[in-house]
Design a protein around this ligand. Structure first.
Ligand code: GLA
Length: 405
C-alpha cells in the first residue's frame, strides 16, 4: 500500500514538473521580425537612440510591415542592486527600462532585452548565471517581450541545462517572453531545443560583408554567403514556433544594393527571423524598398513555415525553392559571382519532390503563374521556358502561384 501511495505521489510530482517545464507557445508561429541594436551600434546605445529607432519604426512603415520587436543587445546593463536585481546603466538609460518599455508599447511595438548564460556577457556586463529566476522576474516586471540569451563566459556549463533553466525561469515569471537562443550552433540546438526556445542561432556572428570571413585567433565572423552555406542540412528542424536563426540582417549597413537584395531574399527563403541591424532613423530609399517589400516578406512569413531548399548549384548560380501555403512555391536564383549571368529556365527540369514538405513541384502537370517579386511584374507561366539575367551578387526571385485554386 505504502509503495503504491509513494508511486502515485512521485508520478504526480514528476508530471507537475513536466508541465512546468515549457516555453510560452504561440509567440513565434512565423519567424519573428524586428530590430536589434548590435550590428550598427554595438555597445554605443542609450535611451535616446532607442526611442528614435522606435519612432522611425512607426514613421517609416516598418512596424506596419511586421517589424514589431525592438531589441536592446549587449551593454544596456548597469550593476546588480543590493538584493541582486539587475539595473540598467544609469547614465545611458536614466529613465529606466520600464519607462522605455512603456514608450515602445505605446507605439504598438514590443521591447526585447539581452543577457547571457555565463557570469558575464560578451561585452563584459553582468550575465545571468546564478540569477536566472531573478532576471526573469525583473524582465517580466519591466514589461519585456523578448530575450536574446548569449553564450559568453559559460566555461563548462551545459547548454541544454542552461537554456532550459532560463526557459523555466521565464515561464515561472509569468509574462510571455519570446526566447531567442544565441549559443552559435555549438551544441547543435536544432537537435534538442524545439521545446526550449523560439529560435536558435545556427552560426557565429555575421560580418558586414557579402563574401568573406573575418578571422580572429580564436573566433570568426562570417559574410552572408558563408552563413548561408552553414544552413545546409538544417531545414527539417525549423517550423512554426521554433526557427533556425542565421543571425541578424546587415541590409542598409553599406553593402551594395544588389548584395542587400540578395541577403534579404535569402533570409526570406530560409524562413529566418528578420531582425534588422541598420540605423532605421537614416535609411536610403533603396534600403526601405528592400526591407519593406511585402511580397518578399510574405515568403518569409508564409504560414506553412517551411525553410527553403537549395536544389541545384551550377556555374556560380544557386537555385532555391521554398514551399508556400496553397501549393505555391517561392523560387530564387542566387548569383554568387560578381559577373552577370544569363540562364534559360526550363521549368520541367525542376521537377522535384521535397521530402520535408512532402510535396512535388510537378511542373509537367501543374501550371504556375510567375510573379517577379522584385520588379513586381507578372511574367507569364511555367508552361513556357524563360531566359533570365542575374546581376553579380544578386538574385532573381519569383512567386510561383498555383493556378487551379
Ligand atoms: C555575441 C552575439 C552577438 C552580440 C554580441 C554582443 O557575439 O553572438 O550577436 O549579441 O555577443 O556582445
Amino acid at each position: 500500500m505504502k509503495k503504491i501511495v509513494l508511486a502515485v505521489i512521485l508520478l504526480t510530482l514528476s508530471s507537475v514538473a513536466y508541465l512546468r517545464a515549457q516555453k510560452f507557445e504561440s509567440l513565434a508561429e512565423t519567424p519573428p521580425m524586428g530590430w536589434n541594436s548590435w550590428n550598427k551600434f554595438a555597445c554605443n546605445i542609450d535611451e535616446n537612440i532607442i526611442r528614435g529607432i522606435a519612432d522611425a519604426m512607426v514613421e517609416n512603415g516598418l512596424r506596419d510591415a511586421g517589424y514589431v520587436y525592438l531589441n536592446l543587445d549587449d551593454c544596456w546593463h548597469g550593476e546588480r542592486d543590493s538584493l541582486g536585481f539587475i539595473q540598467p546603466d544609469p547614465i545611458k538609460f536614466p529613465s529606466g527600462v520600464k519607462a522605455l518599455a512603456d514608450y515602445v508599447h505605446a507605439k504598438g511595438l514590443k521591447l526585447g532585452i539581452y543577457s547571457d548564460a555565463g557570469r558575464k556577457t560578451c561585452g563584459g556586463r553582468p550575465g545571468s548565471f546564478g540569477h536566472e529566476y531573478q532576471d526573469a522576474l525583473q524582465y517580466a516586471k519591466w514589461g519585456i517581450d523578448y530575450l536574446k540569451y548569449d553564450w559568453c563566459e559559460t566555461e563548462d556549463i551545459n547548454p541544454v541545462g542552461a537554456y532550459n533553466l532560463m526557459r523555466d525561469a521565464l515561464y515561472a515569471a509569468g509574462r510571455p517572453i519570446l526566447f531567442s537562443m544565441c549559443e552559435w550552433g555549438h551544441s547543435k540546438p536544432w537537435t534538442w531545443a524545439k521545446k526550449t526556445g523560439h529560435m536558435w542561432r545556427t552560426t557565429g556572428d555575421i560580418f558586414n560583408c557579402f563574401d568573406c570571413i573575418d578571422q580572429h585567433p580564436d573566433w570568426a565572423a562570417y559574410g552572408v554567403l558563408q552563413i548561408l552555406d552553414m544552413q545546409n542540412g538544417l531545414r527539417q528542424y525549423a517550423g512554426p514556433g521554433h526557427w533556425n536563426d542565421p543571425d541578424m540582417l546587415e541590409v542598409g549597413n553599406g553593402q551594395t544594393v544588389n548584395e542587400d537584395r540578395a541577403h534579404f531574399s535569402m533570409w526570406c527563403m530560409l524562413a529566418a527571423p528578420l531582425i534588422l541591424g541598420n540605423d532605421l532613423r537614416n535609411m536610403s530609399q533603396e534600403t526601405k524598398d528592400i526591407l519593406m517589400n511585402k511580397e518578399v516578406i510574405a515568403v518569409d512569413q508564409d504560414k506553412e513555415g517551411i525553410q527553403g531548399l537549395r536544389f541545384l548549384v551550377e556555374n556560380g548560380l544557386e537555385f532555391w525553392l521554398k514551399p508556400l501555403a496553397d501549393d505555391d512555391w517561392a523560387f530564387c536564383v542566387l548569383n554568387r559571382t560578381t559577373e552577370s549571368k544569363e540562364y534559360l529556365i526550363d521549368w520541367q527540369n525542376f521537377n522535384l519532390y521535397d521530402d520535408v514538405a512532402k510535396r512535388f513541384t510537378d511542373f509537367d502537370s501543374k501550371v504556375y503563374a510567375v510573379r517577379n517579386l522584385w520588379t513586381k511584374r507578372n511574367e507569364g507561366d511555367t508552361k513556357k521556358s524563360k531566359s533570365i539575367m542575374i546581376p553579380g551578387h544578386d538574385v532573381v526571385m519569383y512567386r510561383l502561384i498555383f493556378n487551379q485554386k
